[in-house]
Design a protein. Structure first.
Length: 382
């Protein structure tokens, strides 16, 4: 089954060449994989384009959501950083390269090449210790945004593409976002239109996931206006991404746990709270997939195809007969717009975390397309 328009076409590509260097930098760190260079495998699902139109780097890369979107637009990724070891395994399985590690380390930053066109980063949301009223570059020191800004300042890419949680808008009473925009616009000299809240469900996946996108262009490109992509007209529902075959009984809730969830929800409802589990109908749209809290329980589904209710894991009580189960990692992948040939080499717990932390690929792709249009116009003028 093809869950959305995103999966229907993949660019024709060839296997990338191996990136090599004569020796590693001298360092006292022994963290596994932190300073590993790309070690490309053969026959990976997502090799780089044969004739790239632009180059980009992928910071806080996770499992490569940005990379899939930007490669589909003809981009070549020339540097990646990610420090989670399980995410690195998934990234390597799909792209053939092991990301560099901690981007806050100078040893890691030294490997970032010059001459890339776009900096992509889904950086975490952190408050700044703003000493003065201005909220400038130095005020962000000690945060991960500072490392992003430092790289932008040194490398001066043509464009920047940042993604963050919707809560960034009101984080620290709006001071965090104000500081970020001030640094990008005034300290670093980028044209940055007002950020936009983008929802994954508007771009071909049945997930209600709102994220803030921040786009910027180096001033010499002459970009004076930028319009974020408009929502697509095609509506999709969970049924479009549901597993085609009967899934393992391990995804079905036990009667004991289901009753716990029911009672938990009743307690909160009696207090006027909206917390608790939720069952998404086949015709419905999923809640945002997240790696913590009630992420899985707020995206339960009905699936009456199971015939063998014999538990395959240690559970309390019997498997429920109402057909209530968790979504599978593959369904979460589809909710985020990952193609079905995306390899999931890790255990379910890690997979849920990785997809919950990922960007929604189709929304990134649609926005990236508008960014690249403006970059290519600049290149043509040159």
């Amino acid at each position: 089954m093809v869950p959305c328009e995103w999966d229907k076409q993949q660019p024709t590509t060839k296997q990338p060449t191996t990136m090599t260097m004569n020796k590693q930098p001298t360092t006292n760190h022994d963290q596994k994989g932190e300073y590993m260079l790309f070690d490309f495998k053969k026959d990976v699902p997502f090799p780089e384009p044969e004739r790239p139109k632009f180059k980009f780097i992928d910071l806080f890369a996770g499992i490569g959501g940005f990379r899939i979107a930007m490669q589909k637009l003809g981009g070549k990724c020339i540097f990646t950083s990610e420090w989670d070891e399980q995410a690195k395994k998934t990234y390597e399985a799909n792209f053939g390269g092991v990301p560099f590690g901690d981007i806050t380390k100078d040893e890691t930053k030294r490997f970032i090449p010059d001459g890339f066109d776009v900096l992509c980063a889904g950086f975490p949301c952190q408050a700044f210790s703003i000493a003065g009223k201005r909220g400038g570059f130095e005020d962000t020191r000690g945060t991960l945004f500072f490392d992003v800004a430092e790289i932008i300042k040194k490398k001066k890419p043509k464009a920047i593409f940042l993604e963050n949680v919707k809560g960034l808008v009101n984080h620290d009473k709006g001071k965090t976002l104000t500081t970020i925009l001030n640094v990008l616009r005034n300290d670093l000299g980028y044209y940055v239109p007002e950020p936009q809240i983008m929802n994954a469900k508007d771009f071909g996946v049945p997930q209600n996931r709102e994220r803030i996108y921040i786009v910027g262009f180096r001033e010499d490109l002459g970009v004076e206006n930028f319009k974020y992509p408009k929502p697509l007209n095609n509506s999709v529902s969970f049924e479009d991404i549901k597993e085609e075959n009967v899934v393992s009984v391990k995804y079905y809730l036990s009667e004991t746990y289901l009753n716990t969830l029911i009672n938990h929800k009743k307690r909160h409802e009696s207090k006027g709270n909206g917390f608790g589990y939720e069952i998404i109908p086949d015709s419905g749209t999923a809640n945002a997939v997240v790696c913590g809290g009630m992420g899985r329980e707020r995206n339960l589904v009905y699936d009456h195809r199971l015939e063998d209710f014999t538990p395959v894991t240690h559970i309390k009580g019997e498997v429920n007969r109402e057909g209530i189960r968790k979504m599978t990692p593959r369904e979460w992948a589809r909710l985020q717009g990952f193609p079905d040939n995306f390899i999931i080499p890790v255990a379910d717990a890690s997979a849920y975390k990785q997809f919950g932390n990922s960007v929604a690929v189709p929304a990134i792709h649609a926005t990236g397309k508008e960014i690249i249009k403006r970059i290519l116009v600049y290149v043509d003028r040159k």
